[in-house]
Design a protein around this ligand. Structure first.
Ligand code: EPS
Length: 348
């Protein structure tokens, strides 16, 4: 239903996001997109680039009078630091980054040719796409939020701040765990009939493809592995006023690859940023002699930002699955289909 594409290098002219399949008649205010772009820039441990970039979206296509036309929407976010042609060559790959694998894969002689596109700056475009999808989902009361659960093993606010302060002092970096919650998602998005239609597999792909993400869980996640079935499956009840309901949500709102009407709860782990100011051992790609890995301007910890990006990845998947279920051309038609369906579910 939805097709998206992003383009842009970290220090190129800008980041581009294209989204096709957004229905006609949806009101989109660019300030809502810019608000999401701002949220992506926040968090203790962010680097200096965030102070340079205003990250404001410009609408190139798909909107007229703030209403979607049903045609592809193109957003451009210009880079203030567009120094790509002047930047120095990089000769020592950073362990944990795309540097070495990318260099060998594409046959480059300069690691910069890899890092410019591999940079997490691409998440600007992901968030722009997510903001459009959030706007659509909002028409149906669906709300997606995120929060940081831990950083470097610390889970209290004070513990996290001290840990990041320690990393800054030691010229080190940190990763962590964040959670994404989607509320008011109707029962019935996704399907068990085919692997690529399962809502959980689509959410997993969306979130694990964010740079730096190393693990993904739905609901109780790894907790299922250490429990009896009787302890963890969400028992089913029914009442006239509520219809079907549960007293727990270990499934994280997804059963058999389908949303079950409960909150969708996702968790992901992000590795520490690969650029270390006190670099690890590496090899000069020309001389093959041992050296230290390249040092580039970077962040210390971006778990909070990664949560915001994951909200967007989640919004893209949910909007896609929603359009699949309720139709795709005009917002009014989709609202009618949604209303009919919800009335049937209320009677079930
Ligand atoms: C980022 C922009 C980048 C990095 C960071 C994320 O800008 P610059 O390289 O000019 O400082 O700050 O990217 C990485 C840490 C990375 O390893 O790719 C952004 O806009 O989020």
């Amino acid at each position: 239903m939805l097709r998206s594409l992003t383009a842009g290098e970290s220090h190129g002219k800008g980041m581009v996001a294209i989204l096709e399949g957004v229905p006609a008649g949806l009101k989109v205010d660019v300030s809502a997109i810019n608000k999401e772009l701002k949220r992506r820039q926040f968090g203790f441990g962010r680097g200096k680039r965030m102070k340079i970039e205003p990250d404001r979206a410009e609408v190139v296509s798909g909107l007229k009078n703030n209403l979607t036309l049903g045609s592809p929407i193109t957003l451009l976010i210009k880079n203030k630091d567009a120094s790509i042609e002047k930047l120095h060559k990089v000769v020592a790959a950073r362990p944990g980054h795309a540097d070495l694998a990318g260099l060998l894969k594409y046959g480059f002689m300069d690691i910069r040719e890899v890092l410019e596109r591999a940079s997490a700056r691409s998440t600007v475009a992901t968030v722009a796409l997510g903001a459009l999808c959030k706007r659509f989902l909002d028409e149906f009361g669906i709300l997606i939020t995120s929060n940081v659960l831990s950083v470097g093993g610390e889970s209290t606010k004070q513990g996290i701040i001290s840990k990041i302060t320690e990393a800054i002092k030691n010229k080190d970096t940190l990763g962590g765990v964040f959670e994404v919650v989607a509320r008011n998602v109707p029962v019935g998005l996704g399907s068990y009939v085919q692997a690529d239609r399962r809502l959980d597999s689509r959410l997993a792909a969306g979130i694990i493809s964010i740079p730096g993400i190393k693990s993904f869980e739905v609901g109780l996640g790894a907790g299922y592995a250490v429990s009896f079935g009787s302890e963890v499956h969400d028992a089913i009840y029914h009442s006239k006023s509520k219809g079907y309901f549960r007293l727990s949500n270990n499934a994280g709102g997804i059963e058999g690859g389908i949303s079950n009407g409960q909150e969708i709860i996702l968790r992901a782990c992000m590795k520490p940023i690969a650029t270390l100011m006190n670099p690890l051992d590496s090899v000069n790609i020309h001389t093959k002699k041992s050296t230290k890995a390249a040092v580039e301007r970077s962040d210390i910890c971006v778990v909070e930002s990664a949560g915001v990006v994951a909200e967007s990845a989640c919004a893209l998947v949910l909007a896609d699955a929603f359009l699949e279920k309720f139709g795709a051309d005009s917002l009014n038609d989709i609202k009618d289909a949604y209303k009919n369906y919800m009335e049937r579910i209320a009677r079930a």
